[in-house]
Design a protein around this ligand. Sequence first.
Ligand code: SF4
Length: 346
Amino acid sequence: MAAIRQKLLGWYDDSARDLPWRETRDPYAIWVSEVMLQQTRVDTVIPYYQRFLETFPNPRALAEADEDAVLSRWSGLGYYRRARLLHAGVREVVAQYGGEVPEDPEARRGLPGVGRYTAGAIGSIAFDKEEPVVDGNVTRVLARLFRIDTPVGKTTTTRRLWEEAARLVPGERPGAFNQALMELGATVCTPKQPHCESCPVAAECEAFIHREVDAFPAQRARRPPKEVELSAVVATRGRGADRKVWLIKSEQPLFGGLWGVPMTEGGARSALREAGLQARLGSEPVGEVEHVLTHRRLRIAVYRASGVRGRETKRRRAFSADDLESVGISTLTRKLLTTALARSGP
Ligand code: SF4
């Protein structure tokens, strides 16, 4: 263990990438970065992280913002539930802890949206606590280092991974050590063709020693994503610069809280009806959009509708192009709007 620790820390000091969240020990900024980095690539996150902290530089600024403003800054990053949970967690920090992210691990883990991983990352990096972290990169590194042969995702595997991470973390600079593990997974111990020849811990790596790197981490059999067919309606009022597009605030868990075009599995007419709109609906779709989510592949027929009749409500509004810049809309909604509005409608 000591050799792994020492070699990884030395390697990290020499080779770590310069990333904006590595220049701070502010627990709030680290929290924001960790939430953004879940399921999103580093290159994508950097500009979002910087803009988000410019707009909401401290917990109070974020706690006081309304949800639309937060989602608008998150717009395009995906997995919007993360933004809403971060917002809720930070509001609790302001309400319960005077705006200071708590040092106590139990208090941190009690915050909305802060699981064991996020709590450990904040604790070790910001507060120098010997708290372990296990994310996708750490899972891969540890599964190979210790030849963990039970499939990823099983409870026994998860328990073992956290135990190994907890055995490794005690010692000097626990935050740097955790980041070294993650960095190794991101840059050297990659999912395909890992660079074992330049790995600082190859001599300690059981999978490498046994020439079995490709067998780890062990995977469960995967189910193919479910195919879902949907119809979406881009309903407009007015023309040219005066054109407004009708959006509804989604109640679907995946896009909850974001504005989106009316969409359903039941056909274009149902989508309009469910949204409470009457309009002249085009007889044929103007295009098709494919969108892949973690467990679902959406195939969406895109319709245009014009001459909309319907009143604005809290969950249904007509937006100009400028308005759209200031509200949270998903990447999928952007795709649907582009597909429909780039072509001539009915
Ligand atoms: Fe990963 Fe290869 Fe290093 Fe083992 S030797 S930790 S498999 S990069």
